[in-house]
Design a binder for this molecule. Structure first.
Ligand code: SF4
Ligand code: SF4
Ligand code: SF4
Length: 261
């Protein structure tokens, strides 16, 4: 980390992604002003140049690795920074783009652009599949307050910690009626909270955008969902949507015992 009397040199970058993680930050003028008060912001898409030769204290990286260009950029950024933070679900779990890992090529090829060579050259993967990642800020997109709190903790010399309880904990504290009892498939029991159960507060199921919580009991959850009469194939597809590559291996294979209905 930077010395205490000096602001940390921070860069925000994006690999392949929707830019939503970055845009959610810069769409609010106050957030940028607040950020500039804390750090020496040396690179931010749409605002500041790429700073090719700069050394960084912290780089926040959005997006998924799905091309050789992405991988080259990722390796260069890793070499330039003391701390690399995966920003958002794409960088951390692979998110929706990584769903391509779970479907037959024949099904998605007709949907792709004519010039597919760049898109085809890597199966989409989160950045920790290729380089060491120091910290993760989950979510699609991540919560701005979480990003700011993360930076503050680093500046104070503390080690930022992720919220480890499942979404259900915050959901219950918020007084919500459980969507599982309404016949919906909600991934709250196996998903890392910290989002204040924003989806279930609005009566939408949790789709797992913050990735699996550390002590997720998949067997119990799957049994519960099956007991409620849901098709396990549907459940599997739901679980793979945002964090399929972070599920235990035995839950990812097509003929997973007791799992694919
Ligand atoms: S995590 Fe979500 S908001 Fe961020 S780049 Fe990926 S799809 Fe967009
Ligand atoms: S609605 Fe979802 S997050 Fe809330 S308690 Fe039920 S399963 Fe958990
Ligand atoms: S409730 Fe689930 S899907 Fe919604 S933000 Fe939280 S972790 Fe993501």
């Amino acid at each position: 980390m930077a010395k205490k009397d000096k602001k940390p040199v921070v860069g925000f970058y994006g690999l392949t992604g929707c830019a939503g993680c970055l845009l959610s930050f810069i769409f609010n003028e106050n957030e940028i002003v607040s950020l500039l008060g804390m750090v020496d912001l040396a690179a931010f898409p749409f605002i500041k140049g790429k700073q090719g030769d700069k050394e960084f204290d912290i780089i926040f990286l959005e997006g998924v690795v799905c091309s050789n260009d992405d991988l080259d950029m990722l390796k260069k950024l890793r070499a330039k920074t003391k701390i690399l933070v995966s920003l958002g679900a794409c960088a951390s779990t692979g998110c929706i783009p990584a769903y391509r890992n779970f479907i037959d090529e024949a099904k998605y090829l007709p949907l792709m652009y004519e010039k597919v060579h760049r898109i085809k050259d890597k199966d989409p993967k989160p950045i920790d599949a290729y380089v060491h990642v120091d910290f993760t800020i989950p979510g699609c997109p991540p919560n701005r307050e979480e990003v700011k709190s993360f930076i503050k903790q680093l500046i104070l010399g503390k080690t930022p910690r992720l919220y480890n309880d499942p979404v259900c904990v915050e959901c219950k504290l918020n007084g919500n009626h459980c969507l599982l009892d309404e016949g919906k498939i909600c991934l709250g029991p196996i998903t890392r909270g910290g989002c204040d159960s924003v989806c279930t507060n609005g009566r939408f199921e949790c789709w797992g955008c913050r990735g699996p919580c550390p002590d997720a009991n998949y067997e119990a959850f799957i049994a519960l969902i099956k007991d409620k009469g849901h098709n396990s194939r549907t459940l599997k597809e739901r679980m793979q949507s945002f964090a399929g590559l972070k599920l235990p291996d035995e839950l990812q294979i097509e003929d997973a015992p007791d799992y694919v209905g």
